[in-house]
Design a protein around this ligand. Structure first.
Ligand SMILES: [Zn+2]
Length: 244
């Protein structure tokens, strides 16, 4: 009897230690173009609308909560938090917007973040001011900054233009706060983080993997993100989002 009691206590302690050690992992995904690939640019930066819809339906059917960075703190309160992001502000992101609207239900509010390059807004293959306003007004899309001209930030000098003015330009279009920056090419260093901190609450890299809090210095400015590619199968997608 005593042996069983000891074993029971041992298992109880083991279980508790494991629970305490379990750090929440939050996937942050990054997409670029949501369109059929017609031979322009890098194929892996495209995801077909069909695949994107399957991926977002998967999240809906498996109880995920899609968050945007205004609600970063909610990750601790909701079921299966995940962040969907888009870089570069391509016009074809309207396809993604249409799919998210289509999948929306009472229970599933598929929100996402679009990181746009402020100087490119309204260019031929990019989202226009009216597109951005419409998406922001829908409540599904948070429009955030991907700088003014898409430079490698580790090599720039005109911080005010790239970080501050791009933020202000986007805020003027949407009427909503810009609080997150995605670094072009995912590149950042200590100086980039220092400058980003002046204007933003979050900075996003393209270092793969889910976010899990470690408490390192400047952690909110070094968020990892995982690419979803043209070649990503639904099975691979499931593995990326199924974080334990
Ligand atoms: Zn980019």
């Amino acid at each position: 009897m005593k042996k069983f009691l000891l074993l029971f206590l041992f298992l109880l302690i083991l279980g508790r230690t494991e629970a305490a050690a379990a750090v929440q992992k939050v996937p942050i995904l990054v997409y670029h173009s949501i369109e059929e690939y017609h031979g322009h640019g890098s194929k892996e930066l495209y995801v077909t609308p069909e695949n994107f819809e399957k991926q977002m339906s998967y999240l809906r059917n498996h109880g995920y909560t899609l968050l945007t960075f205004e609600h970063w703190q909610d990750r601790k309160k909701v079921n299966k938090p995940i962040f969907i992001t888009f870089d570069d502000g391509y016009k074809n992101n309207l396809n993604a917007f249409a799919i998210l609207q289509k999948l929306k239900t009472e229970q599933y509010k598929p929100t996402a973040t679009m990181f746009v390059i402020s100087d490119f807004i309204g260019n031929a293959n990019r989202l226009s001011k009216a597109d951005l306003k419409k998406m922001a007004d829908s409540g599904l899309i948070s429009v955030q900054s991907h700088t003014a001209t898409h430079p490698d930030l580790t090599k720039v000098k005109n911080w005010t233009y790239e970080l501050k003015e791009s933020k202000e330009k986007i805020q003027k279009i949407t009427g909503k706060p810009v609080i997150a920056l995605s670094y072009p090419y995912g590149n950042s260093d200590e100086q980039v983080v220092k400058e980003t901190k002046k204007y933003y609450l979050f900075g996003l890299t393209t270092t793969p993997g889910p976010f899990s809090e470690t408490g390192i210095k400047d952690e909110p400015y070094l968020f990892p993100r995982t690419y979803v590619k043209y070649s990503t199968t639904l099975k691979e997608f499931m593995q990326v989002v199924e974080v334990k």
